[in-house]
Design a protein around this ligand. Structure first.
Ligand code: PMP
Ligand code: GLN
Length: 384
């Protein structure tokens, strides 16, 4: 068996969800919302299953969805995309990531990864034959350090995976960091695989800045989005990929042999959803921001140091203020057993040079659950 998968651990999301079940804990680990998603979008999917086309849709995706994606990004990010040559639908952002790596990488090519990183990146890079080069980000700001970037790039750099807003840190890279990365991409003739699945989940009035829209980067970015995050429907696995025609041609070849296509009924419902008015998207942000603020206040009152959460469903606490030699994984294990609250240790998102003091909580949950969790965590922290 291939050792990359044979030796891989079960993902931290599965592990913590299983422990949450075993200990009857409130699960604030794996990132999925309690909100069932917009009813009209779900109704569209149900109708499409009953009365629509249930056979293979076109390989590139339903034309109505590809047009809706281009239109949506024109409305929200002023991007000018040709839906026929620059937009493709995939089975989730995860498939889009796999397609991008399979299409770009030749064995031995180097791929720059920013850690903490989403768990799928590293095994996919390695299985595509890529050699990972890490840039480490650290709390509380998680900014890109130019010396680390310089050390990671080399004449062999082919691609970078860039997640912004960033899961698990809940941070948004400032424009200065995007410009810095852009200069390195141009200098090294590299392509950025931009995982922007959290592009709609930003708080405090922040606006998402797609990397592909920056000067000089239009031809060297693959922009990836996901309906799962936009509509709180994480199980749907409908992803979007946007890239210049020359890149898209090759991505489409990878996609045609990986999944070939994505369920047409879900595609039709997502096409409908992307056309919803601005109120829906802004309302979703506001509701999540309210939950974030309530939860952050509770954790702060419980004596924890809450790091800024600017985006995503997540909020992190830095344990280094309660003890010097704390280990986030051990803390999460004790917390799920004793306090009956599950969270995710952020060290799981590093490959080397780990930050071990940060714990991630998902706050896209009902008020009752968040309040219940705060009460349990407060007692747990007090006990020490
Ligand atoms: N990338 C990041 C950064 C994510 O947080 C997630 C989901 N949590 C994904 C990719 C996967 O998206 P999808 O479910 O659309 O495959
Ligand atoms: N993306 C989700 C998270 O960050 C989990 C996805 C998964 O379970 N693979 O929590």
């Amino acid at each position: 068996m291939n050792p990359i998968f044979a030796d891989a651990p079960t993902t931290i999301f599965e592990t913590m969800s299983r422990l949450a079940g075993q200990h009857d804990a409130i699960n604030l680990g794996q990132g999925f919302p309690d909100d069932p998603g917009p009813e009209d979008v779900r109704a569209k999917a149900a109708q499409a299953v009953l009365s629509g086309w249930n056979q293979y849709p076109p390989m590139m995706g339903l034309p109505e969805l590809r047009q809706a994606v281009a239109e949506h990004y024109r409305r929200f990010h002023r991007l000018d995309l040709d839906w026929q040559s620059e937009v493709m639908i995939t089975s989730g952002a995860t498939e889009a990531l796999a397609d991008s790596l399979l299409a770009l990488i030749e064995p031995g090519d180097e791929v720059v990864l920013f850690q903490p990183m989403y768990d799928a990146y590293l095994p996919l890079v390695k299985r595509a034959g890529g050699v990972p080069k890490f840039v480490t980000l650290r709390p509380p700001h998680w900014r890109i350090d130019e010396a680390a970037l310089q050390a990671a790039f080399s004449p062999k750099t082919r691609a970078v995976i860039f997640n912004n807003p960033l899961n698990p840190t809940a941070s948004v890279f400032p424009r200065e960091d995007l410009d810095l990365l852009g200069r390195y991409l141009v200098k090294h003739n590299a392509i950025a695989i931009c995982d922007e699945v959290w592009e709609h989940v930003l708080f405090d009035g922040l606006q998402h800045q797609p990397l592909i829209a920056l000067p000089g980067l239009r031809e060297r970015c693959i922009k990836i989005g996901s309906a799962g995050k936009i509509f709180s429907l994480t199980g749907w696995k409908v992803g979007f990929v946007c890239a210049a025609p020359a890149i898209m041609k090759v991505l489409a070849k990878a996609h045609q042999y990986v999944t070939f296509t994505t369920p047409p009924n879900l595609q039709a419902a997502v096409a409908y959803g992307l056309e919803k008015s601005d109120d829906y998207f802004l309302g979703m942000r506001q509701d999540l921001q309210t939950a974030r603020d309530r939860f952050a206040k509770g954790l702060t009152e419980a004596g924890l140091t809450v790091l800024p959460s600017r985006a995503t469903y997540f909020l992190n606490v830095d344990l280094s203020t309660i003890a010097n030699d704390i280990d986030d994984a051990a803390f999460c294990l004790r917390m799920v057993e004793q306090a009956k609250v599950a969270a995710i240790p952020v060290s799981a998102f590093y490959s080397e040079d780990q930050v071990r003091s940060v714990v991630r909580f998902c706050f896209a949950k009902t008020t009752d659950k968040l309040d219940g969790a705060v009460e349990r965590i407060a007692k747990f922290v007090k006990r020490g």
